[in-house]
Design a protein around this ligand. Structure first.
Ligand SMILES: Cc1cc2nc3c(=O)[nH]c(=O)nc-3n(C[C@H](O)[C@H](O)[C@H](O)COP(=O)(O)O)c2cc1C
Length: 223
């Protein structure tokens, strides 16, 4: 598979088959992804991969911790800036509405939307859960470089016939996750990832997100 095909085929998959991926396969995948570049070759990320009981234990912790406080735990690094402005706010709303339309959950049905969101914390049924850990002392550069690592993982997953969903939703559980995973004093979970085989029949996996047109995000000068 060429890179362009992998990029076109990758989507955020939100329903998975109950089909395992072996540790050996994951080791090969992670070793290849480790070729992702990073400024100064810091390779600032660390990965915790969970399956089976270990994965279930994180889900149980999340369900218990979020019961009654759906907004989660306070964080000084929220996923989005407050009062998101245009065009970003509209883009965010659009993908949400696209997803809920595929799921047939109307806006008025808040409980059903919340129940769906909680699926995040079950990794959408994926057999493998990853947590990408960063040292809190790292700056915006290293956060960005870790994003390159995430994208490399997700494209290599496509090449292997797997599917993934990056999961920043775990940001609302950072303190509890830190304790649960036994992270170091200065470590934090930057992002999660659900990994497995896509359930191709699940309506939610039919969502194809839009993108801004070239003219909207590129400025050519001197051509
Ligand atoms: C770093 C990162 C974190 C994300 N976190 C979540 C998440 O917590 N839950 C979720 O359902 N989707 C999550 N997404 C998926 C985005 O909503 C998705 O990438 C975007 O809407 C574009 O859709 P596509 O990935 O299908 O192309 C995340 C994506 C990225 C890159």
């Amino acid at each position: 598979m060429d890179v362009s095909t992998a990029i076109q085929q990758r989507i955020s998959t939100r329903a998975f088959l109950d089909k395992a991926i072996s540790k050996t396969e994951l080791e090969d995948w992670l070793t290849t992804a480790q070729r992702a570049p990073s400024g100064g070759n810091l390779q600032p990320w660390r990965v915790i991969a969970l399956a089976g009981d270990e994965k279930q234990a994180v889900t149980d912790m999340a369900v218990e911790t979020l019961a009654g406080k759906f907004k989660g735990e306070p964080t000084d690094r929220p996923v989005y800036p407050p009062d998101l402005w245009e065009p970003y706010d509209s883009r965010r709303r659009a993908i949400g509405e696209q997803m809920y339309a595929a799921l047939d959950i109307p806006r008025e049905n808040k409980p059903a939307r919340m129940a769906w969101f909680a699926n995040n914390f079950r990794f959408f049924g994926a057999p493998v859960a990853l947590f990408i850990v960063l040292d809190e002392r790292m700056g915006h550069g290293q956060w960005g470089h870790t994003g390159m690592f995430l994208q490399t993982l997700s494209l290599l997953a496509v090449e292997r016939g797997w599917a993934s969903c990056m999961q920043e939703c775990w940001a609302i559980l950072r303190p509890s996750l830190k304790a649960h995973l036994g992270l170091g004093d200065t470590e934090m979970v930057w992002c999660g990832m659900a990994l497995g085989y896509a359930d191709k029949d699940a309506p939610v996996n039919s969502v194809r997100s839009g993108r801004a047109e070239l003219e909207e995000f590129v400025e050519f000068r001197g051509f």
